[in-house]
Design a protein around this ligand. Structure first.
Ligand SMILES: Cc1cc2nc3c(=O)[nH]c(=O)nc-3n(C[C@H](O)[C@H](O)[C@H](O)COP(=O)(O)OP(=O)(O)OC[C@H]3O[C@@H](n4cnc5c(N)ncnc54)[C@H](O)[C@@H]3O)c2cc1C
Length: 310
């Protein structure tokens, strides 16, 4: 939707707008060997998947890892794959990388393995090869060489959503811990919520959840309304929501105590899912460096823009 022409959007999005079927799509950026330095100038390799034009078709070769749903229901590929690849090997990174849409059926998608991940257990994140995968020339999305900017733009909306993922996990953990604290005496006289230390910990968790919730809502609203503050708010929601989710769930596990470590309680699984949030959708180290830090350095950076007061 960000890079496609009206013709491409009409053709490629059609299966996803039908009320029947179970189409899958994948945004293929990450590769074995890392993707944090995709924008690194030569001799850095950054993106190692290549596409060459043969007549009026792109031929793509490389390997990808961690791409949600990419190998589809049958390991032969999702209905549509947006493949981040190098189309001009010798050009500087801001002109070297493009995004090409590969539609099913496409031969040459080679399933290597399904990653046995710590959390997000119902989520297919395969490692796979692209071996002479071919797509028509007109399936290039956006400008040739404009892939890095398009990738960054694609991650803005998802950054705001990661904040919401964090809120959802914290909320589920809080509901469990609150119920536990109100109903469990753990052999003492009173329910443990009567103890000041427990009450304070719950209060701190709740304040943090509300702060993450409002920042993430505001970020999602800014993305939806295409506000000039969207980029900054989305990145902040991603970093704050993800890092607080890990911390708050651990704090709530301390409130519940040892029974939180039993998988009969939901907290362990919520933590396993939360652990992905600071490191997926762009690891927070890179998000701070590539996005927030570069934004703060820009001569035209306006600190009050994100507060809505500029
Ligand atoms: C459930 C799940 C779903 C995912 N879905 C997708 C998907 O749909 N599509 C997709 O493309 N990917 C997907 N991913 C992968 C993930 O989003 C990215 O691969 C990941 O965020 C990139 O992480 P990274 O920053 O750790 O990169 P890496 O390149 O692996 O870097 C690793 C570490 O190296 C250090 N580092 C590297 N370079 C620098 C530097 N220049 N300066 C400072 N430190 C540096 C940092 O400590 C960084 O954390 C998914 C992952 C998960 C867990």
């Amino acid at each position: 939707m960000l890079g496609g022409t009206p013709e491409q959007c009409g053709r490629m999005l059609a299966p996803f707008l039908k009320k029947s079927g179970t189409p899958l799509a994948g945004f293929c950026s990450s590769e074995p060997g890392g993707s944090a330095n995709a924008a690194s100038p030569p001799p850095g390799e950054g993106v190692r998947t290549f596409a060459k034009l043969h007549g009026d078709r792109w031929v793509i070769n490389g390997r990808k890892k961690w791409v949600s749903s990419a190998t589809g229901w049958d390991r032969k590929g999702a209905d549509i794959l947006c493949v981040v690849c190098r189309t001009a090997p010798d050009a500087p990174p801001e002109k070297a990388i493009s995004i090409i849409a590969v539609e099913r059926p496409a031969s040459g998608i080679v399933f290597e393995r399904a990653i046995e991940s710590v959390g997000h257990r119902a989520h297919l994140t395969p490692q796979f090869g692209l071996e002479n995968v071919s797509a028509p020339r007109h399936n290039l999305l956006g400008e040739e060489g404009g892939g890095l900017a398009l990738t960054a733009a694609s991650f803005t909306g998802t950054a705001a959503l990661v904040g919401i993922f964090g809120v959802a996990l914290m909320r589920a953990a809080f509901d469990f811990a609150l119920h536990f604290a109100r109903t469990e005496r753990r052999g003492g006289v009173h329910p443990i919520i009567e103890h000041q230390a427990v009450g304070y910990a719950l209060a701190d968790a709740k304040m943090t959840i509300e702060a993450a919730r409002y920042l993430s809502w505001r970020a999602c609203h800014a993305v939806d309304t295409q506000s000039p503050a969207a980029d900054e708010l989305a990145i902040q929601a991603k970093i704050y929501g993800s890092e607080t989710a890990v911390r708050v769930i651990i704090d709530l596990m301390r409130v519940v105590g040892i029974d939180s470590y039993d998988h009969e309680a939901p907290l362990g699984r919520l933590l396993q899912d939360a652990l992905a949030l600071p490191i997926f959708d762009g690891g927070n180290i890179g998000v701070r460096r590539r996005q927030l830090h570069s934004m703060l350095k820009r001569p035209d950076y306006e600190p009050l823009l994100a507060s809505g007061a500029a």
